[in-house]
Design a binder for this molecule. Structure first.
Ligand SMILES: C[S@@+](CC[C@H](N)C(=O)[O-])C[C@H]1O[C@@H](n2cnc3c(N)ncnc32)[C@H](O)[C@@H]1O
Ligand SMILES: [Zn+2]
Length: 162
């Protein structure tokens, strides 16, 4: 696995390992492309580090998982992220392409963070520390939030009305 330039894995204040920038990134700039390995939903594997590939994206009709196999594996979640993940299915190579783009200027030493927007079934308590933290790593679409189990729902923080 070649190391991605401009990134370093460190202990994170948010959770476990995280990844910091070792050079500045400008808003809109490509941070990196990821590398990964594909799994079927029925496979036995640890999905902690995987991006979900909806069936309609791959054209295969079945849910796939792309287990990140590079430094992007340790990018943590934030409810006020500084990057976003983009992806598309590469039909010629029959795999996913995924890349991260800075959504604001990122300074050296800042952790690279994106919004995981988990479905309710896999939501987790969030420790991102942002003023706008939702309390959970979760997609805040109302239909998704309605599916939250009670023990997680009580951790949900709704932003104050303006
Ligand atoms: C792809 S891993 C990220 C790397 C992780 N920090 C590690 O050391 O393995 C995703 C997992 O990290 C944890 N995580 C990431 N962002 C988090 C956050 N903002 N708050 C709490 N846990 C977080 C969650 O357990 C999540 O399922
Ligand atoms: Zn948060």
């Amino acid at each position: 696995m070649p190391l991605l330039e401009g990134l370093r894995v460190v202990h994170s204040k948010i959770h476990g390992y995280g990844v910091i920038a070792t050079r500045p990134f400008k808003a809109g700039e490509l941070i990196c492309y990821g590398d990964g390995v594909l799994y079927l939903e029925s496979d036995e594997f640890d999905d902690t580090y995987a991006l979900v590939v909806p069936g309609e994206d791959s054209g295969k009709g079945e849910l796939l998982f792309w287990d990140l196999a590079c430094q992007t594996r340790w990018f943590n979640h934030s409810c006020a992220p500084n990057s976003e993940v983009c992806s598309k299915w590469d039909h010629a190579e029959n795999t996913l392409r995924a890349w991260w783009v800075a959504t604001r200027d990122i300074e050296v030493g800042e952790e690279i963070l994106y919004d995981y927007a988990f479905v309710a079934e896999v939501a987790e308590p969030c420790a991102c520390g942002a003023a706008t933290c939702r309390g959970l790593i979760v997609d805040d679409d109302p239909e998704n939030l309605a599916k939250l189990p009670d023990h997680l729902r009580q951790l949900l923080r709704v932003p104050a009305a303006a």
